[in-house]
Design a protein around this ligand. Sequence first.
Ligand SMILES: CC(C)(COP(=O)(O)OP(=O)(O)OC[C@H]1O[C@@H](n2cnc3c(N)ncnc32)[C@H](O)[C@@H]1OP(=O)(O)O)[C@@H](O)C(=O)NCCC(=O)NCCS
Length: 182
Amino acid sequence: MNAPPTIRAVPSNKWDELLPYMERLLRSSGTGGTPHFSASRDRDVYDKAFNDRLRTQLALPLERRGWIRLWVATDGNEVLGHVDLRASDRLADAHRVLLGLGIDKKHRGRGLGKLLTQYAIDWARENNFAWVDLAVFTQNTVAVELYKKLGFVQTGFYVDRFRFEGTSIDEFTMSLDLRQTP
Ligand SMILES: CC(C)(COP(=O)(O)OP(=O)(O)OC[C@H]1O[C@@H](n2cnc3c(N)ncnc32)[C@H](O)[C@@H]1OP(=O)(O)O)[C@@H](O)C(=O)NCCC(=O)NCCS
């Protein structure tokens, strides 16, 4: 159970295997002691158009805008968590990548979030990107602290960014400058 996990890239043709994990993760947002962390909590993870686009994005080379790269930490066949990096559709911010992160509820608090985030940071640095950006809800204190520990600094603050059943959520944007020496 606590053996070091394997981290592996998820290619386009393996995306669908992650859907049950993704559904579990999204549905945990704002329930059972987990703070809200995603605006997509109620998204249909099996939506065909969404998944067709995502598979296309996973297959895009880094030279094309809109690419996504995704890695999972696994223990045998079990997906423990994931991290993803994505490019925007614009050429003018091709030096930046946007990070997403999630750990399956029963595997949180054992260092996997930190491990996967550091893995993505190292990949972005090796591939000569200048910045890693992310957005995080302000009350998701575990995530905010994790990102700070890895060197991210707050760059923005959205008041009342989302509302879930009448609860207003603020959001930080944070960035890591990869042009500094590690
Ligand atoms: C936020 C999340 C990714 C953290 O992943 P994790 O694997 O549980 O975190 P780690 O075990 O790697 O811990 C990283 C740091 O978080 C903090 N942390 C972890 N669990 C904590 C807890 N229960 N209480 C307080 N701080 C905690 C610690 O600062 C820890 O650093 P340390 O190892 O130096 O003590 C995970 O809780 C998660 O998936 N949450 C739901 C999805 C989510 O919020 N994604 C991020 C959206 S921006």
